[in-house]
Design a binder for this molecule. Sequence first.
Ligand SMILES: Cc1cc2nc3c(=O)[nH]c(=O)nc-3n(C[C@H](O)[C@H](O)[C@H](O)COP(=O)(O)OP(=O)(O)OC[C@H]3O[C@@H](n4cnc5c(N)ncnc54)[C@H](O)[C@@H]3O)c2cc1C
Length: 334
Amino acid sequence: MSQIEINKKVVILGSGPAGLTAAIYASRAQLDPLVIDGPQPGGQLTITTDVENYPGFKNGIMGPVLMDEFREQALRFGTEIINVWIEKVDLSQRPFILYGKESQDAEAITTIIRAETLIISTGASAKWLGVPGEEPVPLGLGGNGVSACATCDGFFFRGKPIVVVGGGDTAMEEALFLTKFASEVTVVHRRDEFRASKIMADRVKSHEKIKILWNTEVKQINGTKESGVESITLIDTQANETFDYPTQGVFIAIGHKPNTDLFKGILDMDDVGYLITEGKTMKTNVPGVFACGDAQDSYYRQAITAAGTGCMAAIDAERFLAEHPILAETTIAA
Ligand SMILES: Cc1cc2nc3c(=O)[nH]c(=O)nc-3n(C[C@H](O)[C@H](O)[C@H](O)COP(=O)(O)OP(=O)(O)OC[C@H]3O[C@@H](n4cnc5c(N)ncnc54)[C@H](O)[C@@H]3O)c2cc1C
């Protein structure tokens, strides 16, 4: 199988809000960026329905439609986009080298990309329970009553009963935040004690709107496309009893995993794998490599913050290129 070779001044790995915003800025700066789509073209927002908190869309916008707008805007200024899975990288010297395959499961390396600068915007993935009913629409109720983001979706549950699944700090934060909207919040936890910090756990335990179901695991989320979530099937692991618990929303809050395995041992990251950037910039510890969006943000994890850091990364890359020689001649991907 023949290999495609591409040389670019700016290569952006990931096409979510961070990557495509970086592409808009880099292409308007005449840097002819290449965006690599990977397994989820458009990123996480393509698996949700209404996005009501992205500025500029006063009536809200569907996640996939918003990401098409980002993409069209990046293409308009000359961004090139290819879809490969990046299997490994060599960041030991410039130009950096990225090795791409047709998909994650494919065997052969089919694309070799040389990058004068690299912007990493590979995002993060919410951890899911793996139970029936949780899958994104149209297969399940994900995005239609099941969510992994209270800041994003809490507003849709005004006056409704909801369930939060988890026992760590994230679950405590989500549960407390959701009390602003929900009629009642039930925290479902598989153990008899929270993993969360004592202060957060105490706040949850003493909150008048929060009920806790200890030693309880989720078996299934029930509902229809039309009604959304109607109930959740739980098992009391001590009594070994299964029961249906009525609710209209389920927030899975068992953590996130940044998509940064590719950079282990190469770039500085925290214990969970979030890339570490320098001060107020998007610079990683390798000069010429920048990180933005959820891959480096364990705290805000919003489309608008991802887009903001994408802009910052592109400006950082532009300034880096102004101060460093271009080593290889740019080629086009197509
Ligand atoms: C269901 C859901 C609903 C949400 N709702 C909202 C909301 O209403 N408002 C809001 O502000 N935020 C919302 N969020 C959060 C928001 O989607 C994220 O904060 C945002 O998408 C992060 O953008 P990103 O560009 O950093 O990464 P992502 O959107 O995660 O994009 C990552 C990109 O990297 C690519 N990639 C990863 N690994 C590789 C690889 N090895 N090779 C090639 N490509 C790779 C993927 O294909 C993808 O294109 C929601 C998230 C979810 C899951």
